[in-house]
Ligand binder design. Structure first.
Ligand SMILES: [Zn+2]
Length: 198
């Protein structure tokens, strides 16, 4: 049974500089499982089906179901490969090894808007800490298409591709990678996910 220590992961991640810094939340060790159990404490670490080494940390059994996450990841990758390509399978490998933490609340903090403007005080709804770890805020009953899931996956894909950073300032000029095409890609993929009720 795999055992994760998110504290360690998150601490390393903060040193790697994502778009926005956030406090480390999970100080305890959590054991992974293939099925969610309402009688056990949360967050729980669940295997994402069909994603070889993909896991998700969930605040309850519905946010979201592992099969929904799996399907959303498949759709993202299919669209990504079609739009941007994946010549060395770097994005495929990043997704296959991805850890997604679903949080039940946004976090106050700063970062960059989509056009690269620095925002000092806002509500952070998602963050990519490394090419292998992202967290996403999801409300009760909210579908994946209405969260920052696809947005964060673009950071993951860019990070996996350039091996250096996830382009935290988006369309801004401090980091390279993210273009208007990527911003439009979010809308298109989310539209598709919503139509599939994901
Ligand atoms: Zn971002």
């Amino acid at each position: 049974m795999p055992v994760f220590r998110p504290l360690v992961i998150a601490t390393i991640a903060l040193l790697s500089a994502g778009c926005i810094m956030t406090p480390v939340r999970h100080a305890k060790t959590i054991t992974g499982s293939r099925t969610c159990d309402n009688s056990k404490p949360f967050p729980q670490m669940l295997k994402i089906p069909n994603i070889p080494y993909g896991w998700q940390l969930v605040p309850d059994c519905q946010r979201p179901r592992p099969t929904d996450t799996s399907m959303a990841l498949d759709i993202f990758f299919e669209e990504w490969e079609h739009q941007f390509g994946d010549p060395h399978d770097r994005v495929r490998k990043a997704i296959d090894n991805l850890m997604i933490e679903w949080r039940d609340a946004p976090v106050p903090g700063g970062g960059y808007s989509i056009n690269g403007t620095k925002v000092n005080l806002g509500r952070i709804k998602g963050l990519t800490l490394t090419k292998g770890y992202m967290w996403v805020y999801i409300d009760i009953g909210q579908r994946i298409c209405l969260t920052s899931f696809v947005h964060e996956l673009i950071h993951v894909a860019l990070w996996a591709t350039n091996q250096r950073h996830g382009d935290p300032d988006h369309e801004g000029s401090l980091y390279y990678g993210w273009t208007l095409r990527h911003s439009n890609f979010i809308q298109r993929v989310n539209f598709k996910l919503c139509r599939l009720n994901l």
